[in-house]
Ligand binder design. Sequence first.
Ligand SMILES: *Cc1c(COP(=O)(O)O)cnc(C)c1O
Length: 463
Amino acid sequence: MRYISTRGDIPSMDFNEAVMMGLARDGGLLLPEALPSVTSAKLNSWVNLPYQYLAVEVLSMFTGSLPRLDLEVMVEKSYGSFRHPQVTPVRKAGELYILELFHGPTLAFKDVALQLLGNLFEYELKKSGSFMNIIGATSGDTGSAAIYGVRGKEGINIFILHPDGRTSPIQALQMTTVTDANVFNIGVQGTFDDAQSIVKELFNDLDFRDTYHLGAINSINWARVLAQVVYYVYSSLKLRKAGFESVDFSVPTGNFGDIFAGYVAKQLLPEGCINRLILATNANDILTRFVNTGEYAIHGDVTHTSSPSMDIQIASNFERYLYYLRGQDGSEVKADMEEFARTGRMNLSELHDQVAADFASFSVSEEETIATIGEFFKQHQYLLDPHTAVGVRAALELKQDRPVICLATAHPAKFGDAVQKATGKEVTLPAALADLAGKESRCEIMAAESKLIREYIRQHALS
Ligand SMILES: *Cc1c(COP(=O)(O)O)cnc(C)c1O
């Protein structure tokens, strides 16, 4: 299996190179040259596999020359850290099925991908005798999942910038209580945008970037998408076993990473296994407008909601879908993306029939989100976090006569205030969160000045 860029301007490469490259050097995103597929017979033979075994089956279709035994070890390490024996269990609540993706170390679905990515990085670096300094900015969730993905790993240091005092107290503690020697938390005295622009500046300094082998952890890394394909297959199989050969999924969406993994799973499985992908957005509805009209256009500023991990304007993984929509023609993708950079919009309305065949979409307001948490708890005694509630509401709106699997992307305790407001019920913290307050913590508080932060990183980086 070789990997190509959505913009078609670089030679193809192996899986390991694609993982280490992250963003393609021509500015595009990396994708398999051709998507593999699974026969019905093969799929049926997977029905009883535990998560880890299924993961090896699915991942090995994409990982090229990576030895299977090594993959098995990495998968075992990655998902051994989850608190549920099924890793991503499926629960029935009323008419809907809830796929719980929040049993990892930081209680959000990003653990599924970042646990594996950390092990892949360590493995590749060890093989090549190299090192990496990961630098990232976070408004809360991605930072902790990334830190847990690489803590204690050889050949990797990680520097995570967060806006000091502007994340939730639990989010800050989740990061700063990781005191492994390779983890550096920097509390920036400023906003998330300040932190983000400092990180961008460091990456754009090519000298600095090359000297310190800077690595990124954002959702454009192909391995992150790939790791997420597994739970679509896993949960489809759970329902297949219960007699349902065709299912829909509802996915609360921000950067289009998670739902793009669903799109890959849909191509991978026999025709009709995954029938519809419901793309659920909060008040930030650029993707819903795209699915419903064919026009992808920025509209106003980011709206802050109770589902902050979906408060985005531009979905960084959208380009991957665009590549298929454009018939795998990199030059058309490039032209579209240039047009978008220039004008803030791209008109794909002539391809709208295809878009409508691939996705259905619904945008959920803040009031509807909170109301859904309250109603769902009353009816089913099941607590939804606000992100999951967006997906559940969209599923209830668009449900047809097939089962819908709703992706539960965060544990309700991570967003306890919103959940309490909706249900009047205090959310009890799981042990992993309740213990944090008394733990030792480490964090460097710094002014939002790139010169100072560059110097701090220089002093603590691997080289
Ligand atoms: C990141 C995140 C999302 C959105 O996922 P994308 O891959 O960006 O679409 C949804 N819910 C939670 C809790 C998240 O952390």
